[in-house]
Design a protein around this ligand. Structure first.
Ligand code: ATP
Length: 234
C-alpha cells in the first residue's frame, strides 16, 4: 500500500532521515519505534508532505511526489499528529465533522461519526462539550476520531500514548487494535512505548539517528536480544 525507498530529509545542516526504506502492506499493523529524536515524527511529516524529502514514495502504486500535501488526505491517508491537535474552541462533534471534510463523495459523514462514538463512547457523552475542556486521554481519542472521520485507507498515529496515564494508554491501544482486527484498517504507528507498539503489530521497524536499524515481524522483534535490552527492558 505504502512504499518508501531511500527517503532523506534535512533540516538545514542536520540530516533527520538518512536513506529510510520501508513498506506497509494493505491490512497490516506496522509499528515504528526508536529513541527521542530518531526521526520518527519527521518520517510521518515526509509521508504527509509537510516536510520536503527526497527518495521514492508511493501510495497504492501512485507516486506521492505528484500529490501535494493538502491532497494526500483525499487519497485516504490520515495523519494523526503528535500532541493531540484538536480544535479546543470547537465542540467534540464539530471536530469530528471537520475530519469528514476529506471524505469528499466517498462516504457517509453522520454514519462515520456514529461509528467513532461506538469506538469511544466517552466522546458521544461529551459531543457538545468544547474539545479544549476534555482530559488529555479524551483529546487523544478525539484526535484519532478526527482521523477516522475521513474513512482513511491508512491511519498514521504519531505517539498516541504521549503524556497519558498507563490505563488511558491501554484504552487507546485496545481501540487501535480493534480497528485493525475488526475493521481491517491498515495502521502505521510511531511510538516510544515500545512494548505496546511491538506487541500490537504485525511487523515493525526500529529507527535510530535517521536510519532503519532493525526490522521484522512481531515475533522476530520480540525475540531480538538487542531490541529486548534497548527497548523492552528485558
Ligand atoms: P520524538 O520522539 O522526540 O518526537 P522523533 O524520533 O520523532 O523524536 P524528530 O522529531 O523527527 O524525531 O526529529 C529528528 C531530528 O530532527 C532531531 O534531531 C530533531 O531535533 C530534528 N528536528 C526536528 N524538527 C526540526 C526542525 N523543524 N528544524 C530543525 N531540526 C528539527
Amino acid at each position: 500500500m505504502l512504499q518508501l525507498e531511500s527517503i532523506e530529509v534535512r533540516y538545514g545542516g542536520l540530516t533527520a532521515l538518512d536513506g529510510v526504506s520501508f513498506e506497509v502492506r494493505e491490512g497490516e499493523f506496522v509499528s515504528i519505534i526508536g529513541p527521542n529524536g530518531a526521526g520518527k515524527t519527521t518520517l510521518f511529516k515526509a509521508i504527509s508532505g509537510i516536510v520536503e524529502s527526497v527518495g521514492a514514495m508511493t501510495f497504492e502504486g501512485r507516486s506521492l511526489r505528484e500529490v501535494p500535501a493538502a491532497a494526500r488526505p483525499h487519497l485516504g491517508i490520515a495523519h494523526v499528529p503528535e500532541g493531540r491537535q484538536v480544535f479546543g474552541s470547537l465542540t467534540v462533534e464539530d471536530n469530528l465533522r471537520l475530519g469528514t471534510k476529506a471524505l469528499g463523495a466517498r462516504g457517509d459523514a453522520p454514519r462515520n461519526i456514529e461509528r467513532i462514538y461506538g469506538l469511544f463512547p466517552i466522546l458521544a457523552e461529551r459531543r457538545r462539550q468544547l474539545a479544549g475542556t476534555l482530559s488529555g486521554g479524551q483529546q487523544q481519542m478525539l484526535a484519532i476520531g478526527r482521523g477516522l472521520a475521513s474513512s482513511p485507507r491508512l491511519l498514521m498515529l504519531d505517539e498516541p500514548s504521549m503524556g497519558l496515564a498507563p490505563a488511558v494508554v491501554d484504552q487507546i491501544f485496545d481501540a487501535v487494535r480493534a480497528l485493525h482486527r475488526e475493521a481491517g484498517l491498515t495502521i502505521l504507528i510511531v511510538e516510544q512505548r515500545a512494548i505496546e507498539a511491538i506487541e500490537s503489530c504485525d511487523r515493525g521497524y526500529v529507527i535510530a539517528t535517521g536510519k532503519v536499524v532493525a526490522s521484522g515481524s512481531r515475533d522476530e522483534l520480540l525475540a531480538n536480544p538487542q531490541i529486548r535490552s534497548a527497548y523492552l527492558g528485558a
